[in-house]
Design a protein around this ligand. Structure first.
Ligand SMILES: *Cc1c(COP(=O)(O)O)cnc(C)c1O
Length: 465
């Protein structure tokens, strides 16, 4: 064995203790760390020929790279939709690497069964019935893509062909109807050979991001003759967290034939709050559902779940026939259900946080995030220089400058905030804007007030033109 490796093996207990202390130090300071780092990026080093052991790697990482990493695990990183990692999720992630299980096959221990238990918990959390089968994937983009892959196979089944066997070309052109689809949907359509152009943007309700049902019905009626339709319903759009009427869309299947996929990447968490659960009413009626876990469940990257009522079609797409893997059977191994073959025991972090805090703990996180968004939303509404662009429906505040809201001025405003908070730019109905998304378990209303105060200061410092 290489002497450095042998030394690290022998010194592992102490080395891990050092790493633990390092992590504890980071987590202690993370609420006060610069949210967007001002430190310059280090230049890349050449590959170390010798290596200097784990302790030296920790020291080098701390010196060169850590100063330039963002405080995305902290309470005021409000860009995108970025959860942190609850204490239990972090521990689950450490143990995932410690165990280093390959959760793809029943030949390899109980990992898959732990995943299935976790899927059952998630189903209950989001109010889904046992008709929905689930698997873990790396994120909502993959979850949407898997849902659309199953949809593609279902469209084939309607015409007696299998796109998985004969290629997407055998299907002919497909229409994917959606009001305000997330950018990951055209990306998935590109990967699946259905093409980005298959996405048809259906008009939304006036001043809203929720699909106009009459327009959707019109688009479905137009496609009736060839019938190759998928509807992607949105349960929580990223800009204004608007929700399509899922129950009403599902009811359209009585008159039109289509696959209903719901992108509920973070909106599914509305189900945890009695005040907001109506927003996802009808979610269980979907044929496939995407939910991100590295956002509002607060597990580390990379984790999402996809649910479907047709695991048989999913197996047709993803089956990985090899002599060394188990047969398909009634309960196919994960290797036959997901884009990956070998993969980590991704469910463990979710299992830990659900085991540790349960439904009520995660409900508290969800409701607190909503309270924070409301607090910041109120502050924006009362600030003369700012204008709220949409009501705060859940956990996102979308706003712009009351006067002259150019991309440059908004970027300058966001730049002024950078040490205190990170917000992402967007454009809503042609208006450049900023959005603050609350989804981190650490965030409190005191943080929301700090962001509001920083916004006031930044506004005063903003050049008028
Ligand atoms: C974040 C998000 C996605 C993509 O998620 P990734 O985890 O980044 O792949 C898809 N849809 C919605 C609504 C999202 O918020």
């Amino acid at each position: 064995m290489h002497p450095r490796l042998a030394a690290d093996r022998d010194g592992l207990p102490l080395l891990l203790e050092t790493v633990r202390q390092h992590a504890v130090g980071l987590l202690k300071e993370i609420p006060e760390r610069e949210v967007v780092p001002s430190a310059p990026l280090p230049d890349p080093d050449p590959l170390p020929a010798q290596g200097a052991g784990l302790q030296a790697a920790v020291d080098d990482f701390a010196a060169r790279w850590e100063p330039a990493l963002s405080a995305s695990a902290g309470p005021r990183y409000l860009g995108f939709v970025t959860g942190g990692a609850t204490p239990a999720a972090l521990a689950g992630d450490w143990l995932t690497a410690t165990w280093d299980q390959n959760a793809m096959s029943s030949l390899d221990g109980a990992g898959q069964h732990l995943e299935r238990e976790t899927i059952g918990w998630l189903r209950t959390l989001f109010g889904l019935s046992e008709e929905h089968h689930g698997t873990f994937v790396s994120g909502a983009t993959m979850s949407n893509t898997v849902g659309l892959a199953v949809a593609r196979e279902w469209l084939g089944e309607q015409r007696g062909i299998s796109p998985a066997e004969h290629g997407a070309g055998a299907l002919g052109s497909v229409r994917v109807l959606s009001g305000a689809a997330h950018s990951s949907v055209p990306k998935g359509l590109s990967m699946l050979g259905l093409g980005r152009k298959s996405l048809v943007r259906v008009p939304t309700l006036p001043g809203r991001e929720a699909v106009d049902l009459a327009e959707l019905e019109h688009a479905l009626a137009e496609g009736e003759s060839d019938g190759r339709c998928v509807v992607v319903a949105n349960a929580g759009t990223v800009n204004t967290v608007d929700f399509d009427d899922l129950r009403a869309i599902a009811a359209l299947r009585e008159r039109y034939s289509f696959w209903l996929h719901v992108d509920a990447a973070f909106g599914a968490f509305a189900a945890l709050s009695p005040e907001h659960a109506h927003l996802v009413d009808g979610l269980d009626l979907a044929d496939s559902i995407c939910v991100d876990l590295h956002k509002w469940l607060n597990v580390p990257y990379d984790s999402a779940v996809q649910f479907t009522r047709r695991p048989d079609l999913q197996t047709r797409v993803f089956q990985n026939a090899a002599a060394y893997l188990g047969p398909l059977g009634d309960t196919p191994d994960m290797a036959h259900l997901t884009p990956e073959n070998s993969r980590r025991l991704r469910a463990l972090a979710a299992w830990f946080t659900l085991r540790a805090y349960g439904r009520d703990g995660h409900r508290e996180i969800t409701e607190r995030c909503v309270d924070c968004a409301r607090a910041l939303g109120d502050a924006v509404e009362n600030a003369p220089g700012l204008r709220l662009l949409a009501p705060v429906r859940l956990n996102v505040v979308c706003f712009t400058l009351a006067e002259n809201p150019t991309t440059e001025r908004l970027a300058a405003l966001a730049g002024q905030l950078a040490a205190e908070a990170f917000l992402t730019p967007t454009v809503l109905d042609g208006v450049p804007a900023l959005r603050a998304a609350f989804s981190n378990w650490r965030t409190t209303e005191a943080d929301a007030r700090r962001v509001a105060a920083a916004l006031h200061t930044a506004l005063r410092a903003l050049p008028t033109l």
